[in-house]
Design a protein around this ligand. Structure first.
Ligand code: PGA
Length: 226
């Protein structure tokens, strides 16, 4: 059983989500399927076969924080998962490990499962800092969390068509495995053509998929590649 999570970012529509859920409801799979959607789509029809997740959450539980959505509100929608610390949040919204950690704690307190993302930039990789960056992100972002999923997504591999090599994924996941017993996902340009190989790597418990999770024609081959 693998975890296959889609991250729709600001893509898709209510109609497309409805049709994706209908398609996934028909397929025969033991995998844990998750689709992380924009806040406005969290209220979609729920299914026993597919869990819905959000892509971010407020560090605050309630109050005067215009534009934010609390973990409790996400839980109320029937969603089960929340991505926290995606590299696009870290990069464009200056989210630090401490902020990511606070968000993940709010998620857990609301009975939801955080998917905590970590990953090195190309500059950090080229400077030979991959392991130290990852260790720091994992340790600080998951501080005090009793339960979580961890997604390793090299920033240079997200949306670029570049995927880490099997060896790179194996090495980083082995390194992370020594830091945590959480389920570990790989993300970054995962598609049907490489997902089977990626999910067969030791310590890879599943994948986090961006672009290739938007259309059933691209997402189904990933689910079937396990
Ligand atoms: P990608 O995105 O699959 O489009 O590279 C992955 C992600 O951002 O989670």
């Amino acid at each position: 059983m693998k975890i296959i999570a889609g991250n729709w970012k600001i893509n898709g529509s209510v109609a497309e989500l409805d049709s994706m859920i209908s398609v996934l409801n028909e397929i025969d799979t033991e995998n844990n399927l998750i689709i992380c959607v924009p806040f406005t789509m969290l209220n979609c029809k729920k299914s026993d076969r597919i869990s819905i997740g959000a892509q971010d959450v407020s560090t605050h539980e309630h109050g005067a924080y215009t534009g934010e959505v609390s973990a409790k509100m996400i839980a109320e929608s029937g969603a089960k998962y929340v991505i926290v610390g995606h590299s696009e949040r870290r990069q464009y919204h200056n989210e630090t490990n401490d902020i990511v950690n606070q968000k993940a704690l709010r998620v857990l307190e609301s009975g939801l499962m955080p998917i905590v993302c970590v990953g090195e930039t190309l500059d950090q990789k080229n400077a030979g800092q991959t392991f130290s960056v990852i260790e720091n992100q994992v340790t600080e972002s998951t501080n005090g969390l009793e339960n979580y999923i961890l997604a390793y997504e090299p920033v240079w591999a997200i949306g670029t068509g570049l995927t880490a090599t099997t060896q790179e994924i194996a090495d980083v996941h082995e390194y992370i495995r020594k830091l945590t017993s959480a389920n570990l996902l790989y993300g970054g340009s995962v598609k049907g053509a490489n997902s089977g190989e990626i999910m067969s790597i030791l310590n890879v418990d599943g994948v986090l998929v961006g672009g290739a999770s938007l259309k059933p024609d691209d997402f189904l081959p990933i689910i079937k590649s396990v």
